[in-house]
Design a protein around this ligand. Structure first.
Ligand code: ARG
Length: 589
C-alpha cells in the first residue's frame, strides 16, 4: 500500500501544478498543531517569492482545486498562507480497511532485498555476561527482526570473543590450582577427558580473579601471555582445555540469550577467523597495502578530510602476533567467502567507533571487501545508573545480566501478585514476559547512540512510555475480545470499519495508518525507537478511545462489529511491532 502521506502529497502536488505553480511546493507533512488539523502544507509561503504573489492567494488557488476531492474532509487556506488539512472520514476508513485486509498491514517489503550480516551480542567466552552486552543483544535482535520483516535475508552472528588474553589468564590460573591435570603434562600423548574439569560457576569465578591478580603481578601476566601464545600456536593440552571452556561457556550463553528472547543464526567466534589470517597478511604485503612501521605491520587509513587523527590500522604487532583488528579483518574475509553479504552492520559500544572507522577504511582500501559492500557501525551509548555513572550493583560491582533480570522479574512479580488472586505459576510467567518488556523497551525506546538511565521503577511501571504499558494495552484488547466471545459470540469475520464515530476513534485510526511509514523509517535508519514511539502513541490513542466507548453494551450490531474490527487491528499491529522489538504479550497481566 502507498503511504498515506505519499497519497496526500501526490494530490496536493498535482493541485499546485494545475494551479500554475511548481509541483514541489505541494509537500505535505503531519501537522504540528494537531488541535487545528491533521496534516499541513506550507508550500504557498515558499512559492510566494518565486511567483511574486501573496501566499494566501496561492493557498486559495490550491484549496479551490482540492475542496471537492473525496480524500479531504476539510481543507482550508489560513493566513498568511498555510493549508490546513483534515482527511475525510470515508478516506480514512477505507485506508484502514485496506490495511486490515493485508497480513502485513499494508507495509510492502523492500524493493531491493539485501543479504545482511548483523554482528551483535559479542559476548566474551568465560566472562560472565554483563549489562554491557545487554544493549548489543537487545538492539541487534530488533534490527535483525526489522530487516527480515522488510524482506531481507538477514544473518545474525554472535561473534564470540574467544581468542584474547582472557583465555591465557584462565589457563594460567587453572594450572596453578590443578598442576597435576593431564592438560599440563607435556609428555602426555593420549586422549584428553571428555568431561570438562570445571563448571560454569567455577569458570566465572576464575576469570575475574585471574584478571585482578594479573594487574598486581606482572610475572603472572607474563605467564598468561605466554599461555595465550601457546594456545594460539596449537598447544595440545591448552587446546583441549580451551574446547572445554568454549563448550561450558556457550551452553550457558545460549541459556542467557534464550531468556532474553535473542537468538543467532550463526555462533561464530573470533577463533574461526584465525585460519584466514596468514593468507590475508600475505595479500596485504604483496599488494603493497601494508608496510612496516616501528616494527609493526600497518595499513595507513587516514584521509585528507579528517578533522581528528585516525591512526594506521595495525595488522601485526612487532612480535608477529595478531590483534583484535586482524581478527575483524579476517572475519570480513571469511564472511565474504561464506556469505558474500551486501551489507554488514556492527552493533557495538560507541566507544569502539574510531576502531571501526580504521577497520572499515582498511577493508575498503585493501579491497578485502568489495567497494559497494555497505558497512555500518551502529554504536550504542552506555546504560547508566541513577547516579549518571555506568550501571553497577549496589555494592559497586559489575552487574551480572542474570541477576539484573532476576531483580526486575521480582519487582514485576510483586506487582502482579499484589493486585489479585492468581496462581504462583501464572504470576511467574507474567513476570517473565513483563520484566523482559521492561528491560528491552526501556533500552529500545531511546535512540541507540544515546546513554540512558536504567530506572527500575520507571521501566516496570504500567503507565507511561514503558514496555509494560504497551503489553497492558494489548492485554486489555485481548480481554475485550475475550469478553465479546463469551457474552456475544464469534468475532466478526470480514467486517468493515465504518467511518469514525467520534474523535477518539478517528485519532486511533490516524495513528494506525502510519504503520508502513514508521516501518520504513525504522528500517532505513536502524531505529527501533521509532517503533516504540509509534506503539506508545497508538496505546495512548487506544486508551482514550476505550474510555469513551462502550463496546460490549453497544446495541447497534454494525457499529459494534466495526469497533471490534478496529481494536482487533490495533492489537494485531501492536503485536507485530512488539515482535519486531523482540517482545511478546502474555494473555493476562
Ligand atoms: N567482544 C567484543 C567486546 O566485548 C565485542 C565484539 C564486537 N564485534 C566485533 N566484530 N568486533 O567488546
Amino acid at each position: 500500500m502507498k503511504k498515506i502521506i505519499d497519497l496526500l502529497n501526490a494530490e496536493v502536488k498535482d493541485a499546485f501544478e494545475k494551479a500554475g505553480y511548481d509541483k514541489e511546493y505541494g509537500s505535505v507533512t503531519i501537522s504540528n498543531r494537531p488541535d487545528l488539523c491533521q496534516y499541513q502544507c506550507n508550500g504557498a509561503l515558499a512559492a510566494a517569492k518565486k511567483f511574486k504573489k501573496a501566499p494566501i492567494m496561492i493557498a486559495n488557488d490550491v484549496v479551490a482545486l482540492l475542496e471537492k476531492s473525496r480524500t479531504f474532509g476539510e481543507i482550508t487556506a489560513i493566513m498568511p498562507g498555510f493549508i490546513n488539512i483534515k482527511v475525510s472520514d470515508a478516506f480514512l476508513a477505507s485506508y484502514v480497511n485496506e490495511m486490515n485486509q493485508d497480513e502485513r498491514f499494508g507495509c510492502e517489503k523492500t524493493e531491493n532485498p539485501k543479504k545482511v550480516i548483523i554482528d551483535y551480542g559479542g559476548a566474551n567466552v568465560a566472562k560472565p555476561l554483563h549489562v554491557g552486552h545487554l544493549r548489543s543483544a537487545i538492539i541487534g535482535e530488533s534490527i535483525k527482526r526489522i530487516g527480515k520483516f522488510m524482506g531481507n535475508d538477514v544473518i545474525g552472528d554472535v561473534h564470540l570473543g574467544d581468542w584474547g588474553l582472557q583465555m591465557g589468564l584462565i589457563i594460567t590460573e587453572f594450572r596453578k590450582r590443578n598442576p597435576d591435570l593431564v592438560y599440563f603434562d607435556d609428555a602426555y600423548t593420549g586422549k584428553y577427558p571428555e568431561e570438562p574439569p570445571f563448571t560454569i560457576s567455577e569458570l566465572e569465578e576464575i576469570y575475574p580473579f585471574a584478571n585482578a591478580y594479573s594487574k598486581e603481578h606482572p610475572e603472572y601476566k607474563e605467564e598468561a601471555m605466554k599461555a595465550t601464545n601457546l594456545l594460539q600456536n596449537g598447544h595440545r593440552g591448552y587446546m583441549a582445555l580451551w574446547n572445554h571452556i568454549l563448550n561450558v561457556s556457550i551452553t550457558d550463553l545460549k541459556k542467557n540469550y534464550d531468556n532474553l528472547n535473542v537468538s543467532f543464526e550463526l555462533w561464530k567466534k573470533e577463533s574461526d577467523a584465525q585460519p584466514y589470517i596468514p593468507d590475508m597478511v600475505e595479500y596485504l604485503k604483496e599488494n603493497g597495502y601494508a608496510h612496516i612501521s616501528e616494527g609493526a605491520l600497518v595499513v595507513d587509513v587516514k584521509e585528507e578530510t579528517d578533522t581528528k587523527e585516525v591512526p594506521p590500522c595495525m595488522i601485526l604487532k612487532s612480535d608477529g602476533s595478531s590483534l583484535y583488528n586482524t581478527t575483524d579483518l579476517a572475519t570480513m574475509v571469511e564472511r565474504r567467502k561464506l556469505f558474500n553479504p551486501d551489507a554488514i552492520i556492527y552493533v557495538v559500544d560507541k566507544r569502539q567507533e574510531l576502531y571501526f572507522t580504521q577497520v572499515f577504511r582498511c577493508a575498503k582500501k585493501t579491497k578485502i571487501l568489495e567497494e559497494d559492500t555497505q558497512l555500518t557501525f551502529l554504536g550504542f551509548g552506555t546504560m547508566n545508573g541513577k547516579d549518571g555513572k555506568p550501571f553497577k550493583t549496589r555494592d559497586g560491582g559489575v552487574m551480572r545480566l542474570e541477576n539484573l533480570i532476576k531483580e526486575i522479574n521480582e519487582a514485576v512479580y510483586e506487582k502482579v501478585m499484589s493486585n489479585r488472586e492468581i496462581s504462583e505459576e501464572e504470576a511467574r510467567n507474567i513476570a517473565k514476559a513483563v520484566g523482559l518488556a521492561a528491560i528491552k523497551y526501556g533500552d529500545l525506546s531511546n535512540q541507540a547512540s544515546k546513554d540512558y538511565v536504567f530506572d527500575l521503577d520507571r521501566f516496570t511501571s504500567f503507565e507511561g512510555n514503558t514496555g509494560p504499558y504497551i503489553l497492558y494495552t494489548i492485554v486489555r484488547i485481548k480481554s475485550i475480545l475475550g469478553k465479546y466471545q463469551n457474552e456475544i459470540g464469534q468475532l466478526p469475520q470480514g467486517a468493515k470499519m465504518k467511518t469514525a464515530f467520534n474523535d477518539s476513534e478517528r485519532d486511533l485510526m490516524l495513528e494506525l495508518v502510519k504503520f508502513n511509514e514508521v516501518m520504513y523509517n525504522a528500517y532505513q535508519e536502524n531505529a527501533p525507537h521509532k517503533i516504540c514511539q509509534y506503539v506508545y502513541e497508538i496505546s495512548n490513542a487506544f486508551s482514550k478511545f476505550y474510555h469513551e466507548t462502550k463496546i460490549i453494551s453497544e446495541e447497534n450490531k454494525e457499529q459494534q462489529d466495526s469497533w471490534i474490527t478496529l481494536i482487533s487491528l490495533t492489537a494485531g499491529i501492536l503485536n507485530q511491532c512488539m515482535d519486531l522489538l523482540g517482545l511478546e504479550a502474555p494473555d493476562r497481566m
